[in-house]
Structure formats: C-alpha cells, structure tokens
Design a protein around this ligand. Sequence first.
Ligand SMILES: NC(=O)c1ccc[n+]([C@@H]2O[C@H](COP(=O)([O-])OP(=O)(O)OC[C@H]3O[C@@H](n4cnc5c(N)ncnc54)[C@H](OP(=O)(O)O)[C@@H]3O)[C@@H](O)[C@H]2O)c1
Ligand SMILES: [Zn+2]
Length: 358
Amino acid sequence: MHVVVSCAVSLDGYLDDGSARRLILSGPADLDRVDALRATCDAILVGANTVRRDNPRLRVHSDVRRQERVRAGKPENPLRVTITGSGDLDPDAPFFGHEALVFTAPAGLDRVTGTLGKAATVLPAEDLADVLRDLDARGVERLLVEGGSAILTALLAQGLVDELQVAIAPILVGGGVRFLGGGVFPPGRLTLVEMRRVEDVAVLTFGRPPHDDRHWLGVAIALAENCSPVPGAYNVGAVVVAADGTELARGYSRETGPDVHAEEVALDRVDPADPRLAGATLYSSMEPCGVRRSRPVPCAHLIAASAVRRVVYALREPPVLAAGGGDAVLRAAGVTVVEVPDQAFLVRRTNGHLIPTF
Ligand SMILES: NC(=O)c1ccc[n+]([C@@H]2O[C@H](COP(=O)([O-])OP(=O)(O)OC[C@H]3O[C@@H](n4cnc5c(N)ncnc54)[C@H](OP(=O)(O)O)[C@@H]3O)[C@@H](O)[C@H]2O)c1
Ligand SMILES: [Zn+2]
C-alpha cells in the first residue's frame, strides 16, 4: 500500500490557528489539486480531532472525477477512515454519510460500537500500523492521509509515509496546531520529488529516500556471518544497490580467495559499464580499508576508482590490523560517505576474534 500525506501549512508551520473557525490556508486551485489527489485514492484517513473540529465531508467534489472513478469500477468516493480512542464523534456528522471505518483500541471496541456502530463499521486496532495492515488487507492500494497533526506525527515517526505533499501558504498564523509535534523520527533526509506553484501556494512533494540505508546495511552486516574466521582478518559483508533499490552485487570477506575483501568481491561482480552504478550505494559492514597489508589496492581506492559515488558503513575500522582511514580517502575522492555507528555493535559481534564486542 502506498501512503500519501496531504496537508496545508502556514509559513510559520501551523495546520490551524486554534480558533473556532476553520483556517483557510489555500485557494480554489489548490483545493482542486487535492480533489484530484483524492480521486486517485482508495481511502482517506483523518484523525478523530480533525473530524470533530473541521467536520469534513472528504468527498471527491468534481463530477467528472467521480464519473471516471465509477467507469474504472471504483466507488464514487474513497472510503473514509478515522481512528479514535475516546469514540467522541457525532454519528450524524457528514463524515459518516457514506461508507466509513472507525478504528479504536480493542479495549474500547464495545463502547465505540455503541455510539458509532450505526453510522460506521467500528474495528479494533492496536496502533496505526495495525490500521494500515487492515486497510491493506481490504485492498486499499493508495491511502491518502489528510491530517491532523497527531496522526501525521505518529505516521512519520513510525516511518509509515511513502509520500508527503505539503502546501505552504504565505500566511503567518502565530500559534495554534503545529504541523508536526515533537517525536523521534527516522534519521536521514527525505527526497524532494517536486516543487509546484499553485496560485500563491508552494506545493512541495517529498518521498522516501531512494535508499533504504538501514535495510541494506543490515544485509551487509548479515553477509559477514558467512565468512570463515581467520586470525589476521576481519569478517565483513558488502552489497551494491542501485538507486531504485535493485541489488547489483554482494560479497563477503575471503569469499573468492584467501585475501579478498568483501567490497572487492562485490565490486568484481558488477559490470563496470552498468549505468546504474553512478546512482548506486555500496553498503559495507565495516569502513572500507584505506591501507592494506595483503594486496596493493585498498578498498577505498577501488571504490573511488569505480563509478559508485556513495558508501554507507557501520563500524569505523579499529586500529588493530591496519591504520584504517578509508572514510577520509573516499571523502577526498568526492564519494558521499555515511557512517551508521549505532549498528556498529553488530559488526563487533562478528569480529569478536579481533576486537572487543562492546
Ligand atoms: N491544514 C491542514 O491541512 C489540516 C488537515 C487536517 C487537520 N487540520 C487541523 O489539525 C487539527 C487536528 O489535529 P490534531 O493533531 O489535534 O488531531 P488529529 O490528528 O486529527 O486526531 C487526533 C486524534 O486521533 C485519535 N487517535 C487514536 N489513536 C491515535 C494514534 N495512534 N495517533 C494519533 N491519534 C490517534 C485520538 O482521538 P480521540 O481524541 O477521539 O481519542 C486523537 O485525539 C485541527 O485543528 C484541524 O483543523 C489541518
Ligand atoms: Zn578492504
């Protein structure tokens, strides 16, 4: 399932000014853009507070778009979905006018079914991930999330958003409901996919980073488990991944010969003329070597000489066997280097014969 967030924010980062009246942030052209987006989605999710405060209908307004949906075999409007703990929602609100789903914690299911059961299908969910799993199982392929702040913050914190469309309005509000609350968000940068001017509003679309670094670094770390340990060398895993997430090659230490390093094995397995290498990332459980005892060319130099321009590793090479320094060699060659030290403990575990495993 693809999860798209759409919201409008003031220039100073508010979704709403907190007053009794609903704050108008964008104009007709931007509302029409959102209408077009709604028409492409199977379901629309908003938090219970948004239902209470904004009283939204969440319909596709354009007749033409609704007819197109029907011609494509879909219902006129996306399924409306909300999530509530309190169940404090008005069953006569326009939100419930057509098919709607209300998710609530299992403990409150009976109570919420009592108030809203006639207006909507009330379902149990432990958390937001559970809600998304349920919707996915119902065949929702595109889910649009239209706020508010609590729902957006929770989804982003859990890494559940694939696409984020933010309309930034040239208004200063000064206070109210912040776009996002505080939270621990997944590290790293999103990708700016598009910038569009719609009347006086700037619409920015962000997507997930092209690389799922933690996943692929985990693959590289796990690959090192395949190494046969020797007293004088590390156990390392490496994988080369294209920008679209396609794996191009993998390898581990000594896989193809007694002194061969993991990065070398992986690089030997890619086609140097493959155009995908320019956007690819090499993941290595350990910092690629900058100095090497066994062979003439250290891995950092091999990578710098290849078309690969991005390296992610977990453990900086400890000064045990050689001087290390591969990180600096790569950076000096213009390669983007990302160190993910919080995964280093896993790499220490596979190298307990040489370094402490703390
Ligand atoms: N500018 C925009 O694009 C835009 C879009 C949407 C909303 N808004 C504004 O945003 C404000 C509402 O945002 P909000 O942050 O107050 O509320 P919200 O995100 O709309 O709803 C939060 C409510 O959802 C329920 N909930 C249940 N489980 C949850 C979970 N795991 N995580 C988060 N919420 C969960 C709770 O309902 P119960 O309280 O019932 O238990 C919670 O109070 C309104 O002022 C609205 O005008 C603006
Ligand atoms: Zn090496």
